[in-house]
Design a binder for this molecule. Sequence first.
Ligand code: ADP
Length: 475
Amino acid sequence: MTRPTLILLALDESPFLELGKRALRSVGYETAIAQDADGLARALQASTPSLLLIGERLRGQSGLELAAAQLERFPTLPILLYAEKDTHAIAKEVLRVGLSGYICPPLRTDDLVTAVQRSLARARHLGDWVRNEVGRTTASLQRQVNDFDTIFNNIADGVVILDRQGRIVLINTAAAYAFGATPESVFGRPVTQAFPHPDLQSMLGRSAEDGLKYHEINFDDGRVFNAHYTLIPNVGSAITLQDITYLKELDHLKSDFVHTVSHDLRSPLTSVLGYAELIGRTGPLNDHQREFMGRLQASIQNITALVNDLLDLGRLEAGFDTRREIIQLENILGYTVDLLGGQISAHGLNVKFHAAPNLPALKANPLRLRQMLDNLIGNAIKYSHQGGEVTIELSAEDGQVILQVSDNGPGISQADQPHIFEKFFRGENVPEGVAGSGLGLAIVKSIVDSHQGRIWVESTLGQGSSFFVVLPAHI
Ligand code: ADP
């Protein structure tokens, strides 16, 4: 059943009010009456009249002003003004305020009914048009949302959008599938709860602390993802996940190849070095021959060191480093400082050492940690300027032992910093004549990784570098 059309009459008590009421009712409209500004506001709030007929004055207030105010709140409400006199000024004002029209005496009942019907018809047309437009815009928005959904879900990379509280507000199929879930099952949940993967948790924990952007997420079935974390202003953050399993497999193939070649090179190198040393014993050498032999031996020793580094790296990456003992890092540090003493004095360096008292022990491979310290401190010495300063600090925090090796040497450019732990990478800062293969830090990183630790560098070009290693203490 359709509701009867309600006409609200905001008119002072007058013969016209009675006349109007009767005329409108006689053709089937319902009427309500408001006799002042408050009554008008209340009536509009409580009921939904189809038209408002308002007098030029209502209890002394300007009907035009009241009508204008109501139009602000109900822009589609048709309003007719009842004016005492038809003047040019009234016509102008009605147009200015945006009313449907006005009526004025002399009036027959038919004139009033016709004016009301015409305004209602126009309002209906306007209503239809607005509904159509809204429908059209909504359909187009809906299409765009659908297109976005399709694109979002067909992106091969995983994308997760989090709100500021870390809850999943948007996630595509690739991201959900990577963690063995569906988008529906994790939507709205805190990401740390939905995906309790340790690598992801560690990335999110660290991102908040030090703005780390990249992290590898390793799954037990061998899949590896490169995760990227970005803050999005006013929204929260985004995590993108790129499947790099095949790149990792290629990397393993390459490492296997390098490992095999290094292994096969080692025996002939040992015999070349052996024979080179024997030559001197076969008879006296002249000065030239001695000099050449010396260079030959130095070169072979360099190649042997490189081959040994490659073999070490291969073993570490293959996870062969399983030896674990309870050790104190400061004891191992003593051996390193002894070994490097010659180089320290050759560079005229001032080496400062500070260890916090009662450092916790580590469960680690002492040989590997020695190698780590040799490389880190060796680099600090190697890259320092003559007379520079090297500081080595050991401290403990939250069940972790922290090593910091700092120098005031050449520093590492921002562009190079993300690459220095890669194999064979040598920075643009390396001064001429400073030897190296670019493997030292790759070995250090593998050692730290195999001990479930973390390593990073803080460095400013021209001012120096600090390497930090954090290793879990033995409980
Ligand atoms: P190598 O020292 O044989 O070049 P590493 O893997 O030990 O290789 O280091 C990689 C690169 O990192 C170096 O080539 C150098 O550019 C940079 N680097 C490492 N340690 C330092 C340091 N203490 N000061 C300045 N640059 C360094």
